[in-house]
Design a protein around this ligand. Structure first.
Ligand SMILES: NC(=O)c1ccc[n+]([C@@H]2O[C@H](COP(=O)([O-])OP(=O)(O)OC[C@H]3O[C@@H](n4cnc5c(N)ncnc54)[C@H](OP(=O)(O)O)[C@@H]3O)[C@@H](O)[C@H]2O)c1
Length: 325
């Protein structure tokens, strides 16, 4: 089968599609013929060896995928060949086939396209966990989303609206702000402008945002916290800016505000009941069409490098998708 293989961390141009053997299926596993794989910020870091954990070389990148069940181990009763599924794995998504434990897969509602399915799970679970379980976002509250046109940011915009909040989307370009508006943001702010906190103050009539969803970090995160409402909750989701901010402890005191960490990787293990409840809610919304996952740019398999380069150049809108079939 064909797969994208990372053999060294020298450059994205050095990564290529190779012929490797199709994975077998061990006990408890399901093999999926992949139709679409999603590429997020973390995938971009991983292929450059810049992520906190490194996959041993060589490896096949890609952590989220959608496809059709191809083969099932005898001890797996819950899947049958031909079923559309989505899945998450540590790596291996940018390939024609992947074998994973059945627990890594979920049935994809028939009417949902593979591209939407591939971009669904990680970002929307992170967003819903952050907004509903950490910040307890309430109807009528104001949610500020930083990096609002990025993969996890645009998910937070949509989820904030579904949870009844007023959403202010912060992004760096007119195109990104228009993108956030098209997915429901009520207002936008250009947080590259020196006076953006004044705009935020005007937009919230001096109140400030009740909840801040922050996948960006850096100086912008510090500025945002300075504008937070009394009893505000600042969700620490990521550091796409490349800088982990250091917040002086007097600020949470003065603001009556809270910093709340969010880590998708730990939700299922540490809070299995919450995880199951949120997944059930997300899949209900997905099946009913209440929530339509944002599909960013779709590139064909042979152009997979474009997905990584777009992530690198801060130009992605939503999550990038590599289409295999
Ligand atoms: N905690 C969790 O469980 C969890 C889950 C998912 C993602 N994350 C993290 O969230 C962050 C965003 O992930 P993503 O997949 O949504 O990424 P993404 O699609 O690339 O979006 C990141 C956004 O950050 C902004 N940004 C600001 N400075 C940037 C820079 N120097 N380079 C790139 N982007 C920059 C960009 O918006 P502007 O151009 O508008 O500034 C961009 O749209 C990452 O750090 C990721 O690791 C964490």
């Amino acid at each position: 089968m064909k797969a994208v293989v990372v053999e060294n961390y020298d450059s994205i141009d050095g990564i290529s599609i190779k012929e490797i053997s199709q994975p077998g299926i061990a006990a408890g596993e399901v093999r999926v013929r992949i139709e679409a794989a999603a590429i997020g910020f973390v995938d971009g870091l991983k292929v450059q060896g810049l992520y906190q954990t490194k996959d041993p070389l060589p490896f096949v990148p890609g952590t989220e995928f959608a496809g059709i069940v191809d083969a099932v181990a005898d001890d797996v009763p819950s899947f049958t060949p031909g079923m559309p599924v989505i899945g998450m794995a540590r790596s291996g998504g940018l390939a024609e086939y992947i074998s994973v434990p059945s627990a890594a897969l979920k049935a994809l509602p028939g009417q949902v396209a593979a591209e939407a399915g591939a971009s669904f799970q990680a970002n929307y679970l992170t967003g819903l966990y952050a907004l509903s379980e950490r910040a307890y976002l309430r109807k009528g509250e104001t949610l500020l989303v930083l990096g609002a046109a990025g993969g996890v940011g645009i998910a937070a915009v949509q989820l904030g609206k579904l949870l009844g909040a007023r959403v202010i989307a912060a992004a760096s370009t007119p195109e990104k702000r228009a993108f956030a508006t098209s997915f429901g943001a009520d207002d936008v702010v250009d947080y590259t402008k020196a006076d953006w906190r004044d705009t935020l103050k005007t937009l919230t009539a001096g109140h400030g945002p009740d909840v801040i969803f922050d996948p960006v970090g850096g100086e912008v995160a510090l500025q945002a916290f300075r504008s937070i409402a009394w009893r505000g909750r600042h969700l620490v989701v990521g550091f796409a800016s490349g800088t982990i901010p250091a917040l002086a402890f007097n600020l949470p005191l003065l603001k009556g505000g809270a910093l709340l960490g969010v880590d998708l990787a730990q939700i299922q293990k540490r809070e299995p009941e919450t995880h199951a409840r949120l997944i059930a809610r997300l899949f209900d919304w997905l099946a009913s069409g209440t929530l339509k996952p944002v599909v960013g740019k779709v590139v064909p398999f042979e152009n997979f490098r474009e997905a990584f380069k777009t992530m690198q150049s801060r130009s992605a809108l939503g999550k990038m998708i590599v289409k295999l079939t």
